[in-house]
Design a protein around this ligand. Structure first.
Ligand code: NAD
Length: 485
């Protein structure tokens, strides 16, 4: 085993779980046993909540300017530890080192946004009647929880930790049990940056601990990022115990390609979007709707896909189960009459035979009722559907249950505007295959890609992580009285 067995991180210390259940952490790159993670229970969560409640008493009373000083230092530590953090992400998740580094760079950008919060959360003040003023303050909520998925072991925890903590909350982080190593390193760096003990606590585990978080009366708010199936469970269960919840789910992102699209720009963007992070991004291009004759672009996409080499510029998928699921989708589409233009099945990387790789796959002549057209595949696979008109393409996009992202490739500004207006997705790209809004813009989809109000990052996160206090004040006894004073 490459690393020591993982423990929970509670009150600034490593704490063993009282459960004796563990799970192996296997690197998808080559099958190496990296570590073991505890599958914690209710008792472990109770200890973490008590630590977070105690820390909240002092943390919530420090000024935000003081709190963000820690995040300035954390940002510097992320930069200093860039290589180690990227290697950890690569090992546990299987993505390429460049992709892992990009993820840590994004974590830095997220931290920079948290450092800017004092500039953004000044409340309002107004003299509402003569001598009477009303002011608002954004106040911390209390102990909050953040439940995260496997596909971004560094970035997604950093979607929530810096903002929620800078705004005065204390947190229980529940990492994905598949990739728990990066979270521990994040907690260590925050401690080194001066974060007081108990402000960030990590409780590892699976379903049992997620359900316990949803039910715990000491937790005020829950953010979740993961599949739609579990997002629905968490949203319903945590709301039922009267918590504030924001649950981000899965995706099936459609790219609409028009005949006037710039061929090279489109082909490189589509390929990068479908194969980047081995297609395991909630923003990955998964379905392409070709409007009219775009065969020349499809040819170029195939040529680009052939330059994506597993084990070199294409990472592994998370597990053998994921590899089998993805390959089964491709086989089913082929059996239903779709044409496999580039086939990534049965990929083995020499010297890494125990790694779980799927090559880039381009499937043409997919029809909207096929599983590869409707369901999230979460692998480096693009399903191409054919449409005669833009409206037909939009109907295909609109009929999908998800609504995370959509993109259009065209050189016609009016047509792009029409598609922006009619696509049913929270994040839209024009000639961009992965339209992630960068800070200070917020991240969040529509439809079955998100449950709850507002978005999880950027300015929108301020409302989720705070409650508003409205204070009306009068000091001059001689002021004329009216109904309000
Ligand atoms: P997942 O839903 O399996 O797991 C997410 C979290 O839920 C993990 O912490 C896991 O321990 C927990 N969990 C798993 N099964 C559970 C159960 N039965 N009950 C309670 N908790 C459970 O997701 P994943 O496979 O880790 O991540 C991939 C998914 O996440 C994809 O669907 C992807 O689109 C989605 N995702 C969405 C976004 C977004 O912003 N919308 C971002 C990243 C990933």
């Amino acid at each position: 085993m490459k690393y020591a067995e993982i423990k929970n991180f509670i009150g600034g210390k490593y704490v063993s779980s009282s459960s004796n259940k563990t799970m192996d952490i296997i690197s998808p790159l080559d099958g190496t046993l990296l570590s073991k993670v505890p599958l914690s229970n209710n008792e472990d969560l109770n200890i973490a909540v008590v630590a977070a409640q105690k820390a909240f008493e002092t943390w919530s009373k420090t000024s935000i300017k003081e709190r963000v000083q820690i995040f300035y230092r954390y940002r510097a530590l992320l930069e200093k530890n860039m290589l180690e953090l990227s290697q950890l992400v690569q090992e546990e998740n299987g993505k390429t080192l460049d992709e892992a580094r990009a993820e840590v760079e994004k974590s830095i950008e997220l931290t920079e946004f948290a450092c800017s919060l004092p500039q953004l959360i000044g409340g309002e003040i107004l003299e509402v009647s003569k001598g009477v003023e009303c002011r608002t303050d954004f106040c911390p909520i209390g102990v909050v929880a953040s439940i995260v998925p496997f596909n971004f072991p560094s970035m997604v925890p950093n979607w929530t930790i810096p903002n929620a903590l800078a705004l005065g909350n204390t947190m229980i982080l529940k990492p994905s049990e598949i990739v728990p190593l990066s979270s521990i390193k994040i907690a260590e760096l925050l401690k080194e940056a001066g974060l007081p003990d108990g402000v960030l606590n990590i409780v590892n585990g699976d379903r049992e601990i997620v359900e316990a978080i949803c039910d715990h009366s000491g937790i005020e708010a829950v953010s979740f990022v993961g599949s739609t199936k579990i997002a629905k469970v968490v949203y319903a269960r945590a709301s039922a115990s009267f918590k504030r919840v924001l649950a981000l789910g899965g995706a099936k992102n459609h790219l609409i390609v028009l005949p006037d699209a710039h061929p090279t720009m489109t082909a490189t963007n589509v390929t990068a979007s479908m194969s980047g992070c081995a297609g395991q991004r909630c923003m990955a291009a998964s379905a392409m709707v070709a409007v009219g004759n775009v065969d020349h672009i499809i040819e170029q996409i195939c040529a680009e896909a052939k330059k994506v080499i597993p084990g070199e510029n294409l990472g592994a998928v998370i597990s053998q189960t994921a590899k089998e699921r993805i390959e089964n989708y491709i086989t089913e589409a082929e059996a239903q009459g779709a044409k496999i233009l580039v086939d990534g099945r049965n990929t083995i990387v020499k010297g890494k035979e125990k790694g779980t790789y799927v090559g880039p796959t381009v499937i043409d002549f997919v029809t909207p009722e096929m599983s590869v057209a409707k369901e999230e595949i979460f692998g480096p696979v693009i399903s191409i559907m054919r449409a005669k008109t833009v409206d037909e393409a939009l109907t295909i996009e609109n009929n999908n249950q998800y609504g995370n992202a959509a993109a259009v490739f065209t050189q016609d500004g009016g047509m792009a505007r029409y598609i922006i207006e009619h696509a049913s997705a929270g994040m839209i790209g024009v000639n961009i295959g992965v339209p992630v809004p960068r800070e200070p813009f917020s991240f969040g989809g529509w439809n079955d890609s998100k449950f709850g109000v507002g978005d999880l990052t950027g300015k929108s996160s301020i409302e989720f992580w705070t409650k508003l206090k409205k204070t009306t004040t009068k000091w001059n006894a001689q002021a004329k009285t009216n109904w309000m004073s």
